[in-house]
Write a protein that binds this ligand. Structure first.
Ligand code: ZN
Length: 204
């Protein structure tokens, strides 16, 4: 049976962004909802899921600790769970993967599509995380989104295909905050469906 690591973003010590209505941090939201993703993966798709956290299982609060937590499992795919925050009008879905990981990119595409279809959010696309500014410039010159400032050590250190999901701007956009709350169950089902598609593709 294939195993995936569901990595709850941030930690009990630093919860990440807080939802626009002040109710939950990224950590609290995914601590509550990740078990639903795990249950659906196991019951509907026959995929084993291990829930981890960077501080609890990786020994620290950096993205590199999230990688350590995932590497301690035998997962073939690591999914780091977040939501975005910027300005009230910021909106849409984006998924991050390592710039030269074909399996990470495949997984990111599956999750990006499943989440956009579920939430009806704007497709902001895949972000290719790069190790440095020079690589970022090269990747961006082909017309895709590239970033060398977000979670580099998570992608650098994970030994399996790895992605980071940002389903919407629940931390700053009141409408997308409501989406995260009202559609939480549907979102978990969509994430499980996207993971199942990704696992099928990368395990082949
Ligand atoms: Zn986050």
């Amino acid at each position: 049976m294939n195993t995936v690591a569901l990595s709850i973003g941030h930690s009990p010590r630093d919860g990440g962004a807080v939802m626009a209505d002040g109710s939950q941090s990224e950590y609290q939201y995914w601590l509550e909802h990740a078990p639903k993703i795990k249950r659906i993966l196991e019951q509907q798709y026959g995929i084993s899921a291990v829930i981890v956290n960077r501080l609890v299982n990786g020994g620290g609060t950096t993205p590199g600790h999230a990688a350590a937590a995932c590497n301690a499992t035998d997962a073939i795919l690591a999914v780091d769970l977040h939501f975005n925050s910027f300005e009230p009008a910021s909106n849409g879905t984006e998924t991050l993967c390592w710039y030269n990981s074909a399996r990470g990119e495949t997984a990111a595409r599956h999750l990006q599509r499943a989440i956009c279809e579920c939430l009806g959010t704007r497709d902001r696309g895949i972000i290719y995380v790069c190790p440095d500014k020079r690589t970022e410039a090269i990747i961006a010159s082909s017309g895709v989104r590239a970033d060398s400032s977000r979670a580099v050590s998570y992608f650098q250190k994970t030994r399996m295909a790895a992605i980071m999901i940002e389903p919407c701007f629940g931390g700053s956009n009141p409408g997308e905050c409501r989406l995260l709350q009202d559609r939480a169950d549907a979102l978990c089902a969509a994430i499980a469906q996207g993971i199942a598609g990704a696992v099928k593709a990368i395990a082949a």
